[in-house]
Ligand binder design. Structure first.
Ligand SMILES: Cc1cc2nc3c(=O)[nH]c(=O)nc-3n(C[C@H](O)[C@H](O)[C@H](O)COP(=O)(O)O)c2cc1C
Length: 463
């Protein structure tokens, strides 16, 4: 029995395994390993205890470098996404297992097989977050190497998903019948046969993995450009978005949902899931104090200098984080001192001027300033206030749900599951038990459309 109120829009919740960027607080005594399997198990089991929709892993294909050294806001190294998810399939029962995997450097035949295999092993819980991230520095790791420009990356990503869907469709439902008496295992002699000829992929053969429980694993998309939004609107089941403040979230939601009709899709066929952080307390004042304390932990003096260097594009290691901002301007003539991620600041001189004005007006030190201008907790309050904020976003169509990013690995989700989830359940907007057999069903998604219909819709739009 559930208490969900079908008149109200239901909230989707996922758990992001923390570990990169300065959201994660490694100095906290409660922080554990980002590599030990126990850490993954802890977060996944907590998520499943809270009836969350899925567990989510981001992907970093090369350790970033800053001034030629491994960028120490990253904790060094992490295991491969698909191996972790396959292992988690064995210790969870209902939780979706979502992995970020690059479409620029992989090949559809291999990745489609891996994802279909995960879908089999997990009984229909696999999801793929398609990213295109490409820079020559990251690309050096791969055989095809180097760089694809933005437009080409998206052409490749679109054709990659299309080809993967064709591979998944190459085994139609019900083509596998194991009849031991006659020794027949396959009723359709063409099962698994595929042929794809396109600008990015020209392949043919027979897929080895029979149709998996979801038919097609759930597909998420995480690019923010127009090309990324179009890719999501044409073919994804969900978007991992960075727009978490209410107004930008609502604008993003409307923008992307409005694109769906062009591809003959309903507004419910694509779920919008911003990444969010949270700080809780027994009173609002306590929550605000906790949020401020976490911000100071996240931006240690050393982190403040490292983050400032990313705008200034200079070695600022001689500066005191508790002192004033540098008087020298950012270096816009040199190559970026950070390698392995896109430059965050498009207009460094203008931004530096704004930061100096802000620091002067408030008497901010470097550290205070960085705390002020870099990310902050999305939801701050008592559990009841946070549950209300989440519900408000979803009812107001600013999101279909959220990907929660805790700041402590691996136990940072525990307080949320223990205190906020029950209140969302009481409000009738979150399940009290898993109802669907697969992730796709739990997310309220329709069965996957055949690859041929998605391709037709994409072709019609680009014509
Ligand atoms: C919310 C969000 C999460 C992302 N996560 C990853 C990731 O885990 N790994 C990765 O390689 N790229 C990641 N990306 C980068 C995208 O794949 C893409 O390369 C980048 O956003 C540039 O594409 P765009 O111009 O369409 O935004 C992420 C992007 C966004 C917006």
């Amino acid at each position: 029995m559930t208490t969900t109120d079908q008149r109200k829009r239901q909230v989707i919740l996922a758990a992001h395994f923390p570990g990169v960027n300065n959201t994660t607080v490694w100095s906290d005594p409660d922080s554990g390993s980002q590599i030990d399997f126990d850490s993954f198990v802890h977060l996944a089991r907590t998520a499943e205890r809270g009836k969350l929709d899925f567990f989510f892993l981001a992907e970093g294909l090369r350790l970033r470098e800053q001034r030629g050294r491994i960028h120490d806001l990253d904790v060094v190294g992490r295991p491969h996404t698909l191996s972790v998810l396959a292992a988690l399939a064995a210790v969870t029962e209902h939780l979706g297992l979502a992995g970020t995997i690059n479409a620029t450097f992989n090949e559809p035949y291999e990745l489609a097989r891996q994802l279909a295999s995960l879908d089999h092993l997990s009984g229909g819980r696999a999801a793929w977050n398609v990213v295109t991230s490409s820079d020559a520095f990251t690309g050096e790791n791969f055989r095809r190497g180097g760089y694809l420009d933005h437009a080409l990356r998206y052409e490749r990503a679109g054709e990659f998903i299309q080809t993967a869907r064709e591979l998944w469709d190459s085994w139609a439902p019900g083509t596998v019948v194991a009849d031991r008496a006659t020794g027949t295992y396959v009723t359709d002699p063409r099962a698994g046969e595929f042929e794809h000829h396109g600008p990015q992929f020209d392949i043919a053969g027979r897929s080895t993995v029979p149709r998996s429980p979801q038919g097609h694993p759930v597909i998420l998309q995480a690019g923010d450009s127009v090309e990324g939004r179009e890719l999501a609107a044409s073919t994804a089941d969900a978007i991992f978005s960075r727009h978490s403040a209410f107004d930008p979230a609502r604008a993003f939601y409307t923008d992307v949902k409005d694109r769906l009709a062009t591809y003959g899709r309903d507004r419910d066929e694509l779920k919008i899931l911003p990444a969010v952080t949270y700080a809780l307390g027994e009173t609002e004042e306590e929550a605000q104090a906790n949020a401020a304390a976490v911000r100071r932990q996240q931006v240690s003096p050393q982190t403040a200098i490292l983050l400032l260097e990313q705008l200034w594009n200079r070695d600022l290691s001689a500066y005191d984080a508790d002192g004033p901002l540098p008087e020298v301007d950012p270096d816009v003539s040199a190559d970026s001192i950070i390698r392995g991620r896109a430059p965050m600041y498009k207009e460094p001189l203008k931004t530096a001027k704004e930061w100096r004005e802000l620091a002067d007006a408030h008497g901010y030190s470097i550290r205070d300033l960085v705390i002020h201008v870099t990310g902050r907790q999305s939801f701050i309050g008592t559990p009841a206030q946070v549950a209300e904020q989440i519900d408000t976003y979803v009812q107001a169509e600013a999101a279909d749900g959220f990907i929660l990013v805790p700041h402590i690995t691996p136990a940072g989700l525990d307080p949320f599951v223990d205190s906020v989830v029950p209140l969302l359940q009481e409000r009738g907007v979150f399940r009290t038990d898993y109802e669907g057999a697969t992730l796709r069903e739990n997310l309220g998604l329709p069965p996957a459309r055949p690859a041929s219909s998605t391709a037709r819709a994409r072709r019609a739009v680009s014509a």
